[in-house]
Design a protein around this ligand. Structure first.
Ligand code: PGA
Ligand code: ZN
Length: 400
């Protein structure tokens, strides 16, 4: 039963203000912070200015949440929806909502004296998810860098997730070496990936070379993937994807372009290859390549079960990206994962480009049996999650 709730403003990894919530029960405590995106989908729950949202919620929301049973997560989250009354959290702010919802779940776990992943349903969890992390990037996360937002690696062959985490970090270091050798500068983007001023084909080349070296060293397969974040490339006026070299691609051209990339670079994961409305374009690509590559919807689905249902109806993807702050509560996050998994889609738990030291998604990724956790490779706000994953994996193994 909640005794006290505090909201405050803290900093995220970009130096922007964000919301942190603390929930206290008689014998439990939970704290969680809202992350923030840069290439946000238009259908995401509405984030409000943190300072305004916190001062409003302190008066209008918190009093309704005192004396509430945090062990009833569904009840807690429906109360948040009820107080908000808009369906998309535009009144209380999705940043306030997600911080409160996750802090409540952590207070509930703490009251039971167990880790969050176990509280949420860890009895049948046998493995931690493999880490999917970006080592080169541009797009909305770094200016004058690559056009595709994220060049990712995932240790598809690792036995222990811990070793996969170290292997990704090795790829990240090797990418820097290879870029430096070519005389290319190595600033970093918002998520800690290198943001070199190079073309996408050059980025693919460096990525493959680094992944091959790291694979040989580690003794297991490390595979490449991308997040195109194609909503950022789409020009609604022409209905085309507009590339820097002046090239315009129709939806069909884009599908062919991405399918060719999947073949050429043996990509195992492609996120948002088409813009956020193009269910049919996604479906065309998924039909062509879905048997050998995960086609994942981020901006397309925004962790929203109705949009995932639309994707299922059209066969748009075989994978769903899950970002709790896109939808605002843990219950809504679960429902999105549930509809995806019951219909045979893989799920990937994800950070945002603006992050804090909060490690909740590491627990959610394990509890919900996600295939991957996408949370970068280096940088304190990323390694906070990865290091928590190492600890969780250890306790999963110890339990066996
Ligand atoms: P965002 O982007 O967190 O900046 O919105 C990350 C992504 O597109 O996956
Ligand atoms: Zn994305």
């Amino acid at each position: 039963i909640t005794r006290g709730i505090t909201l405050r403003i803290i900093l995220d990894s970009r130096g922007k203000k964000t919301v942190e919530a603390e929930v206290r029960t008689e014998n439990g405590f939970g704290r969680a912070a809202a992350p923030g995106g840069a290439s946000t989908g238009i259908y995401e729950a509405v984030v409000r200015d943190p300072s305004d949202a916190v001062s409003d919620a302190t008066i209008q929301v918190i009093p309704h949440l005192i004396g509430v049973d945090v062990s009833d997560q569904i009840g807690f989250d429906s109360l948040l929806h009820e107080i908000d009354g808009t369906g998309n959290f535009s009144r209380i702010g999705a940043n306030v909502a997600v911080a409160l919802s996750l802090a409540a779940s952590k207070a509930a776990a703490d009251s039971r004296n167990i880790p969050l992943w176990q509280h949420i349903g860890g009895v049948f969890v046998a493995h931690a998810p493999r880490p999917l992390g970006n080592v080169i990037g541009g797009g909305a996360h770094a200016p004058y860098a690559t056009e595709i937002q994220e060049f990712l690696v995932v240790p598809t062959g690792c036995e222990r997730v811990r070793d996969g985490i170290f292997a990704n970090a090795r790829v990240h270091a090797l990418v820097r070496e290879l870029l430096t050798k070519r005389g290319i500068s190595t600033g970093k983007g918002d998520e800690g990936a290198w943001a070199p001023p190079i073309s996408d084909p050059d980025a693919f080349e460096v990525l493959s070379e680094a992944a091959d070296i790291a694979s040989d060293e580690a003794g297991f397969e490390i595979s490449p993937g991308i997040d195109v974040a194609a909503s950022q490339l789409y020009d609604p006026e022409s209905g085309m994807y507009r590339y820097r070299d002046g090239r315009l691609r129709s939806s069909e051209d884009q599908v062919t372009y991405i399918a060719d990339l999947i073949d050429e670079y043996e990509l195992v994961y492609v996120e948002d290859p088409l813009y956020e409305e193009d269910y049919a374009g996604f479906a065309a690509l998924n039909r062509e390549t879905g048997n050998r590559c995960l086609i994942c919807g981020d901006d397309l689905f925004v962790t929203n079960k109705k949009r995932i249902q639309d994707g299922l109806t059209q066969g748009s993807t075989n994978c769903v990206l899950i970002k709790p702050n896109q939808i605002g509560t843990l219950t809504d996050t679960f429902e999105a994962i549930d509809i995806a998994q019951r219909n045979g889609l893989e799920t990937v738990m994800s950070h945002r480009s603006g992050e804090t030291e909060d490690t909740t998604i590491a627990h959610l990724a394990c509890a919900f049996n996600c295939v991957f956790i996408k949370t970068g490779v280096v940088g304190g706000e990323r390694t906070a999650k990865l290091n928590e994953l190492i600890r969780i994996e250890e306790s999963i193994y110890e339990r066996k």
